[in-house]
Design a protein around this ligand. Structure first.
Ligand code: PGA
Length: 250
């Protein structure tokens, strides 16, 4: 059985005091949720506040990005060991907004994933097709390409610690969720690519999350698909009550 991961990606929202306020109501709302792992990824400046505010709770904290060098003259960047030292345990890598606006490639995704693993962080690696790619029938090829470039070069031991998030770009922040069937088809493609490269045990164990306009009213139908092992939630993770309803989807 794959334990679901219910993760929130706050993107560039909330400051430290808003972060503390979120957890002062959120923690209690999800305290009984033992069916899943709960992860919140705030902006870097809020990570220490979030770690502090979730001590002793079942909520874990992650960052939204990292740079693969440990330290050095890289103005504006943050390394995996720095994130790990704050007490954060997760990191999102290769989100489509980073690919679109900040030039991330499958190669940088690979380097960042290795850096995260070396520092003991659990990476959530994002893949997903653009609308134009879906419309031209290229979805499976795009997903396999992102897997081949970003994840297939990992060793089996490294890959075993990775969580994948399938996030169709056309569904992010648009209110247009993929139907559970469309999402599940993509998850099956990705799990098939994992099976081909890393074998049956790895394919059966890897958790593949869905992301893109997940809301309290559609989470249940998505989670009903056996290949969907959790969600990565943007907008709907900003409100403690709303995100707790997603976490407690059962
Ligand atoms: P959304 O974002 O839930 O606001 O669509 C999802 C994501 O980008 O991870």
């Amino acid at each position: 059985m794959r334990k679901p991961v219910m993760a929130g990606n706050w993107k560039m929202y909330k400051n430290p005091s808003e972060t503390a306020a979120f957890f002062s109501s959120f923690n209690a709302l999800v305290a009984q949720a033992s069916h899943c792992e709960i992860v919140i990824c705030p902006p870097f400046v809020n990570v220490p506040t979030a770690v502090d505010a979730t001590k002793g709770s079942n909520v874990e904290i992650g960052a939204q990005n990292l740079y693969w060098v440990k330290e050095g003259a890289f103005t504006g960047e943050v390394s995996a060991p720095m994130i790990q030292a704050t007490g954060a345990q997760w990191v999102i890598i290769g989100h489509s907004e980073r690919r679109q606006y900040f030039g991330e490639t499958d190669e940088s995704v690979y380097k960042k994933t290795v850096a995260a693993l070396e520092a003991g962080l659990k990476p959530i690696v994002c893949v997903g097709e653009l609308l134009s790619q879906r419309e031209s029938g290229a979805t499976a090829e795009v997903l396999k390409g992102q897997f081949t470039g970003g994840l297939a070069p990992l060793t089996p031991e490294q890959f075993a610690k990775v969580v994948i998030a399938y996030e169709p770009v056309w569904a992010i922040g648009t209110g247009k969720t993929a139907t559970p069937e469309i999402a599940a088809d993509a998850h099956i493609v990705l799990r098939g690519a994992v099976r081909e490269k890393f074998g049956d045990a790895a394919a059966d164990a890897v958790r593949i999350l869905y992301g893109g306009s997940v809301k309290p009213d559609n989470v249940k139908s998505l989670m009903a698909k056996p290949d969907i092992d959790g969600v990565l939630v943007g907008g709907a993770s900003l409100d403690p009550k709303g995100f707790s309803n997603i976490v407690n989807f059962l």
